[in-house]
Ligand binder design. Structure first.
Ligand SMILES: Cc1ncc(COP(=O)(O)O)c(C=O)c1O
Length: 400
């Protein structure tokens, strides 16, 4: 029988989906399951988004569209990033894709040759590793444990850039899985390091950029060091902040050569984002922002509720997230203990036992490169959130 390509030996299905599937199967079998596993926003966009989609459907051209993205979509994105303080970009600096994941995949193809090094902090979003493996990049991860609030330090970055000389440094702010948000001072200190290393592309995956709490604000290397413009590539998406994960709309803004490369790749696989999706995306970006704003406030309250429970569990330690909709507690205090006879040696054992015993699905931290933690995605309805958190607390209190 003919063989699959060697790269498929490196491609893995998503670890997060595996937990979600197991939770789904238990639910289908009649178990009372609360899922904190998938990173879905759990809200729908405003009515004006659906109205725009319906209108586009009524006058659908049925034709192919632009590989880069049509002008109205690029213009709506440009206005959006200008409001974020990313100014001076034109349509030629931008491209679009089927979600940020697709943009990141395109960037990996566009920037990394076989064996080139990509570097990113741990904990990382799982697909960074998977995409890098598929394109056969050399992967360097920078451990940022709970003790350093899951944040990269300037000294760590400086040393790693000098030692590994990566082609791409991939940075994520706010972070999935930790919810950490870098302050302006922290970004400025990292940017001071990056300017000293002129041969590295900087990809900033900032898709949660409007979902930030406590007035911390969104900060990008370009806000503090505009001269990095010829090597910073900003990645964005409508999935989380606009409650549109299934619509599949992602963006990038960066040097013209990179936007052109991404567009060329589009021309060879997706061709274009569908016309009706484009209309919905333009409406989301340009229309009333009350739904995303209200959801950010709601998620901040939910973050507080989740943290309050975690802080009441002896031994569990959780750096305070300030964005996105995840908390990433260090649960290593449970390792070596048992839950009603079930041994907990590591994060995977813990998540399995928690799901079996209490019906709560969380993702083991090792899926994100940090086996001392687990990820809770807290977008479910408030009543479920309270119930699920109480079950987690009960589980920990029952360990012996
Ligand atoms: C940090 C990060 N980047 C990118 C993505 C992909 O988003 P999209 O739905 O736009 O492909 C996700 C989705 O979970 C994410 O958390």
């Amino acid at each position: 029988m003919p063989q699959l390509a060697r790269r498929m030996g490196r491609a893995k299905p998503s670890a997060i989906m595996a937990v979600a599937e197991k939770a789904k199967a238990l639910k289908a079998a009649g178990r009372d399951i609360i899922s904190f596993s998938i990173g879905v926003p759990n809200f729908l966009p405003g009515e004006h988004v659906y109205a725009a989609a319906r209108e586009a459907l009524a006058k659908d051209s049925g034709q192919y569209g632009s590989n880069r993205g049509p002008d109205p979509l690029l213009d709506a994105f440009l206005a959006h990033i200008e409001a974020l303080g990313l100014t001076g970009y034109t349509r030629a600096h931008c491209s679009t894709g089927i979600g940020a994941k697709h943009i990141l995949y395109n960037l990996a193809e566009a920037l990394l040759d076989d064996g080139d090094t990509i570097m990113f902090p741990t904990p990382y979003w799982t697909s960074y590793l998977d995409i890098a493996e598929i394109v056969n990049a050399k992967i360097v991860t920078l451990p940022c444990p709970a003790e350093q609030h899951y944040k990269l330090t300037p000294a760590q970055l400086d040393a790693a850039l000098a030692e590994h000389k990566p082609k791409v440094f991939l940075f994520n702010n706010p972070s999935n899985p930790t919810g950490m948000v870098y302050t302006r001072d922290e970004i400025a200190a990292l940017a001071d390091v990056v300017v000293k290393h002129p041969d590295v592309w900087i990809v900033t995956d900032d898709i949660y950029n409007t979902m930030i709490f406590d007035g911390v604000g969104y900060h990008n290397f370009l806000h503090v060091k505009p001269e990095l413009r010829d090597r910073v590539i900003f990645v964005d998406s409508l999935s989380k902040t606009y409650g549109m994960p299934g619509w599949r709309v992602g963006f990038m803004a960066g040097p013209e050569s990179v936007a052109k490369a991404v567009t060329t790749l589009n021309s060879n696989h997706i061709t274009n984002i569908p016309e009706i999706t484009v209309a919905a995306a333009v409406a989301a970006l340009s229309g009333p922002q009350d739904v995303p704003h209200a959801k950010t406030r709601e998620f901040q309250n939910k973050r507080d509720e989740v943290l309050a429970v975690l802080e009441s569990i002896p031994g569990v330690h959780c750096p305070r997230p300030q964005g996105a909709f995840y908390v990433f507690p260090d649960i290593s205090c449970a390792f070596g203990k048992s839950h009603h006879g079930t041994k907990i040696a590591n994060d995977v054992d813990l998540c399995n036992a928690l799901l079996e015993a209490k019906g709560v699905a969380c993702v083991p931290g090792s899926a994100f490169g940090e086996p001392n933690a687990l990820r809770i995605s807290y977008t479910c309805p408030t009543a479920q959130l309270g119930d699920g958190m109480q079950r987690i607390k009960d589980f920990f209190l029952e360990l012996s």
